[in-house]
Design a protein around this ligand. Structure first.
Ligand SMILES: NC(=O)c1ccc[n+]([C@@H]2O[C@H](COP(=O)([O-])OP(=O)(O)OC[C@H]3O[C@@H](n4cnc5c(N)ncnc54)[C@H](OP(=O)(O)O)[C@@H]3O)[C@@H](O)[C@H]2O)c1
Length: 491
């Protein structure tokens, strides 16, 4: 224990446990706001000592044991945990439960799986201590300057936490990017879906770049200009903005565009996969998000890709079919990108709606879109349109059927179809452009071949079917005389 720690007493109104990149930045953000005194603790003392030494202006109360940490906090004690999600989170919660008292608040700001948060909230609540799972978006810079915050947990915790969180959150159009999402795991659930949408958004941008590059022969720097231009219109967003920056970057070693020297195998930390799995569990067809996750997986199997090079098909690198008239093709890609993006958000909000119904959360979907306007990775101009759509119709069954999006899709859809057809014809993979279009057409179809699937299921498994012309459940005696009988519904 240091001298500094020994003199600490209950002077801090908020504490942070876990002082790696996210925790240290969040602690600095908290300390920079009027009225906050921040206690800090990290398992290994070096990080605490380093942070205090580097940022004397923050006035941190440095602590070196959980007892000291608890003693430094005023009641109700409020601690934000920013440690490696999983076993690390459970370990810290166990320690805090030892030293905290009923009425205190433990906030987990890590990327926890929402079902873990539901489990933890239930267990911690039994001790009389409040547990809040909170999604934090915006990465390192967001944590320092203003993240988008998605807290779950009890209404009681929100009374204490809300005013503090409002001071550190990003601000979009004058409003803090934080709202009480819903009880127990609701905050981490919404953060997970945010990340799932992020996967889809990044993938459609990557597909747009790839299509433009191959079809027009433009260099990455020229495509950077295209994205910079797009960022002045309806596609304006953080991800479009940084795409232009990345495409413009030149590798200092080789003088080549950085994007050409980076290995084309995309990493993932799991939240996109969780979103896709959760969508499947809830029966939500979030195909664009799932395809984006699979596109990263596909990229990361070099051994399969090397072997599959022998498979026949058009040579995507053969020619630049729109080299003579790039502008028209680029505009089509812009429209296809916008349409695919609308589908990704529509699917994401569909997952949140289904999750809220399943887990009993009262989530205001318009507010979710509003708090994503600042601080987070998917911040974008058109989130305002989502807020408006839910303000008009709170229980809108499909987001993209809101009038604004219907108009946008009407304008975009011909180009979208052309671009998907071009990708297929020239052998360029555009999995999210094409699966989003298939989803769009599937939803609007008057009749789907699902009827045939029901017939097949009834044939091999007597799974029964419904009819369009009368109530009841039916089965055809496929191995008998093929007459139809009434049956018990077995789905
Ligand atoms: N990086 C991002 O952009 C981002 C964005 C949003 C959310 N998050 C989430 O924020 C959390 C923190 O992320 P990060 O990148 O700053 O850190 P991290 O690398 O995920 O975790 C390192 C921190 O966890 C602590 N830790 C690990 N196991 C522990 C245990 N058993 N007991 C106590 N402490 C333990 C480490 O302490 P020691 O120093 O003692 O090892 C260190 O402070 C994670 O859940 C992450 O998923 C990250």
């Amino acid at each position: 224990m240091t001298d500094q720690a020994a003199t600490s007493s209950a002077t801090a109104n908020i504490g942070v446990v876990g002082l790696a990149v996210m925790g240290s930045n969040l602690a600095r953000n908290l300390a920079s706001r009027e009225g906050n005194t921040v206690a800090i603790f990290n398992r290994s003392a070096e990080k605490t000592e380093h942070l205090v030494a580097e940022h004397p202006e923050a006035g941190f109360v440095a602590t070196f044991s959980y007892e000291e940490f608890a003693a430094s906090l005023t009641a109700p004690r409020t601690a934000i945990i920013m440690v490696k999600a999983g076993a690390g989170t459970d370990a810290v919660i166990d320690e805090l439960l030892r030293v905290f008292e009923p009425g205190d608040i433990i906030v987990d700001g890590g990327n926890a799986l929402f079902t873990d948060t539901i489990r933890r909230e239930k267990a911690v609540r039994e001790t009389g201590i409040n547990f809040v799972g909170m999604g934090v978006s915006g990465g390192e810079e967001g944590a320092l300057l203003g993240p988008s915050l998605m807290p779950g947990g009890s209404d009681e915790s929100w009374i204490t936490l809300g005013p503090i969180l409002k001071t550190i959150a990003a601000v979009a159009e004058g409003e803090p990017c934080v709202t009480h999402i819903g009880h127990d795991g609701a905050g981490h659930f919404v953060k997970m879906v945010h990340n799932g949408i992020e996967y889809a958004d990044m993938q459609v941008i990557a597909e747009a770049y790839d299509l433009i590059r191959h079809a027009t022969g433009y260099s990455p720097a020229q495509i950077a200009d295209v994205f910079a231009e797009w960022n002045r219109g309806e596609l304006e967003s953080y991800l479009i903005e940084i795409t232009a920056e990345v495409l413009r970057q030149v590798d200092s070693d080789t003088g080549l565009p950085l994007v050409d020297v980076v290995l084309d195998q995309a990493g993932a930390k799991g939240t996109g996969g969780w979103t896709a799995q959760t969508a499947i569990d809830l029966g939500v067809p979030a195909s664009g998000i799932a395809e984006a996750v699979f596109a990263r997986s596909l990229s990361s199997h070099p051994e399969q890709r090397a072997t599959a090079g022998i498979l026949p098909g058009p040579d995507a690198d053969a020619e630049s079919s729109f080299a003579d008239d790039p502008a028209a093709f680029i505009e089509k890609v812009r429209r296809a990108l916008y349409a695919s993006k609308i589908v990704a958000y529509s699917q994401g909000f569909d997952i949140i709606r289904a999750g809220a119904a399943h887990y009993g959360w009262n989530i205001d979907l318009g507010n979710v879109a509003a708090i994503w306007r600042g601080g987070c990775i998917i911040r974008a101009r058109f989130l305002n349109r989502i807020t408006e759509a839910y303000a008009d119709t709170a229980d809108l069954p499909v987001l993209m059927t809101a009038p604004f999006f219907v108009d946008a899709l009407a304008t975009a859809q011909d180009a979208w179809r052309d671009v998907v057809a071009h990708a297929a014809a020239t052998g360029l993979p555009a999995p999210v452009f094409s699966s989003s279009l298939a989803y769009y057409d599937g939803l609007r179809a008057r009749r789907l071949p699902a009827a045939l699937i029901q017939g097949q299921r009834d044939f091999f498994g007597a799974h029964t079917y419904k009819r369009v012309d009368r109530d009841g459940t039916f089965h055809t005696l496929w191995s008998g005389d093929r007459s139809e009988v009434e049956a018990v519904d077995t789905h």
